[in-house]
Ligand binder design. Structure first.
Ligand code: HEM
Ligand SMILES: CC(C)=CCC/C(C)=C/CC/C(C)=C/COP(=O)(O)OP(=O)(O)O
Length: 299
């Protein structure tokens, strides 16, 4: 009989927090909040707060289940090896219970206190991240983040649905914007942490298809992403505050992406343009979504 796994002491609350990937989820929650505030209705503040709480808890639960499933993988990468599970600070069962409990709570609360469409899209995004991305695609195909990345694009739709009970063209364009933003966001990072993924056997694009293809794909995805960002104003869905902000910030994005797309790496390259594009990608979504709210409330 194999020896029983050693019992770990109860995990610290900080480790449960780390399971929710709080830094990444701030932007996820922010896009959800902006999707809600951009809707042309007034939302009861208690309902609105509950909806955002549910998005945060649901996204955190998805992050916890992702870490529960891929603790073996996280243990092999420098960037992730110190997470609570690979570092042995938490029991796997505790992470599973935490993820399932929090996820179920967030969906039930959204359904009961906000509305069913928002709860349904929240469920879809959790399942998408955990089952489609983490369990199915991540270890199988370099298109993992393109298809699975849809999970991270749902929050603006959830926010809008929480406010109005339905979806509409503007939140669908916001979905498209985040969906098409994800490949340049992630592949810029993947170019400079490629060795980590290669060592862990994860088939990310730079590992499987190489640097040149990855750079070209970053450039290619930036084009429809820019169209999604620039279309709401001409379509009459937003005003000039959003339109002009999206125009300026998207031009900067396109310039940084073009630089990455047309470069060739040299030995010992510090990869500054790739790091710049990755950092800017995060700032970009914060600013564009912030402008959406400013446009609705200040115009
Ligand atoms: C499948 C799609 C995605 C993949 C594979 C991905 C991957 C990553 C990775 C590996 C990092 C760096 C390290 C980390 O903190 O874990 C990162 C950072 C980040 N990502 Fe993404 N990402 C994706 C989609 C998104 C989406 C949809 C959002 C939000 C809308 C987002 C927001 C962020 C933020 C804010 C950071 C910086 C975190 C920090 O400062 O530490 N990501 N992403
Ligand atoms: C509302 C809701 C459920 C939102 C889900 C949000 C979501 C899918 C965000 C994706 C961002 C993310 C943490 C990617 C990390 O990929 P990874 O897991 O491959 O990264 P890792 O290597 O850091 O674990």
């Amino acid at each position: 009989m194999p020896p029983a796994a050693p019992l770990l002491p109860p995990a610290h609350w900080r480790d449960f927090l780390a399971l929710t990937k709080p830094r990444v989820m701030t932007l996820v929650v922010f896009t959800g909040l902006c999707g809600m505030l951009a809707a042309p209705v007034s939302v009861n503040p208690v309902i609105g707060f509950t909806a955002i709480l549910c998005i945060a808890l649901g996204a955190g639960a998805a992050g916890a289940l992702n870490q529960w499933y891929e603790a073996d993988l996280d243990a092999q990468m420098r960037r992730t090896a110190r997470r609570p599970l690979p570092d042995g600070r938490m029991d796997r069962q505790a992470a599973l219970h935490f993820g399932v409990g929090l996820g179920s709570f967030s969906v039930i609360l959204m359904g009961l206190a906000v509305n069913v469409p928002a709860a349904a899209i929240l469920t879809l995004s959790i399942l998408f991240y955990v089952l489609i991305y983490t369990v199915w695609l991540k270890r199988r195909t370099p298109q993992n983040i393109v298809i699975g990345g849809a999970a991270g694009a749902f929050p603006p739709l959830i926010g809008w649905a929480a406010a109005t009970g339905q979806v509409a063209l503007l939140p669908l364009l916001l979905f498209a914007l985040v969906f098409l933003w994800t490949p340049p966001h992630f592949w810029a990072l993947a170019l400079f942490v490629k060795t980590d993924y290669a060592n862990a056997g994860v088939p990310m694009l730079p590992v499987v298809r190489g640097e040149r293809v990855t750079r070209a794909q970053i450039g290619l995805y930036t084009i429809p992403m820019a169209l999604a960002a620039l279309s709401p104003w001409p379509l009459g869905l937003t005003g000039p505050i959003f339109g002009v902000t999206a125009l300026v910030t998207t031009i900067v994005f396109a310039v940084l992406a073009a630089r990455v797309a047309t470069r060739r790496q040299v030995p010992g390259d510090p990869m500054k343009p790739e790091k710049r594009l990755f950092s800017y990608s995060i700032l970009y979504l914060f600013v564009v979504f912030g402008a959406l709210v400013a446009d609705r409330w200040l115009a």
